[in-house]
Design a protein around this ligand. Structure first.
Ligand code: AMP
Length: 202
């Protein structure tokens, strides 16, 4: 596959050769080899809040990965064609040893399980999952662009991302800053319902 991919996700050691006494060290080693990623979640049909909650549970069970944080839920206006219900959006932080295309494939499987049928661009959907950031990777292929191409143009992505990762250094060297939200179109409303109640470190 063309493009540059973070080398730290290669050669993940297998647990079979470890004794129980070695397991804590082995787990710590695995954690270090996982890349910090941010995934955008969106839904505007078929009970959007339930869809986002299920998606977060699915992210929490991704192989070779762990869910770290979730933003609040935000309501945003649909960008798509015609009249569409508002979206509910959020951003989740995961750490994963999955390579970028494997992560994309896993996200697409979660979308399909949520009943997503691929229609025309911007159409209403029960679940949309996008890779926003994958460590410090800048990557472009026919099916995957990282950082996500809409990251800096969409308040419903940038708003929740800023909530959980303000100050984060982007691959271009800039730090995530609330000023980046200025001038972005569309209303964005933070909702009271928690998506994932706990902050967790594994
Ligand atoms: P969407 O309509 O948002 O589900 O995205 C449609 C297509 O965008 C997907 O089938 C992906 O191949 C492609 N794509 C490109 N970059 C990304 C990314 N960073 N995250 C998710 N999908 C992406």
């Amino acid at each position: 596959m063309p493009g540059t991919v973070n080398r730290t996700t290669r050669n993940v050691p297998q647990p079979a050769t470890r004794s129980p006494a070695q397991l804590p060290r082995f787990r710590a080693q695995l954690r270090r080899q996982r890349t910090r990623c941010f995934v955008a979640l969106g839904s505007n049909i078929n009970q959007p809040l339930l869809q986002l909650r299920r998606a977060v549970q699915a992210l929490d069970t991704l192989p070779q990965s762990s869910l770290q944080h979730c933003s609040s839920v935000y309501r945003s206006q649909a960008m798509g064609p015609g009249q569409q219900p508002d979206y509910l959006n959020a951003v989740a932080e995961i750490r994963t040893a999955l390579r970028p295309h494997a992560l994309l494939a896993a996200l697409k499987r979660i979308e399909r399980r949520a009943g997503r049928v691929y229609q025309r661009r911007w159409s209403a959907r029960p679940l949309d999952l996008d890779i926003l950031l994958y460590g410090h990777l800048s990557y472009r292929s026919r099916s995957l662009t990282i950082p996500h191409a809409g990251l800096m143009q969409r308040n419903f992505v940038l708003g929740p991302l800023l909530e959980i990762a303000a100050g984060l250094a982007l691959p271009n060297g800039r730090a995530l800053d609330t000023n980046m939200l200025q001038g972005l179109p569309g209303r964005l409303q933070k909702m009271p319902q928690p998506l994932w109640p706990r902050r967790r470190q594994r």
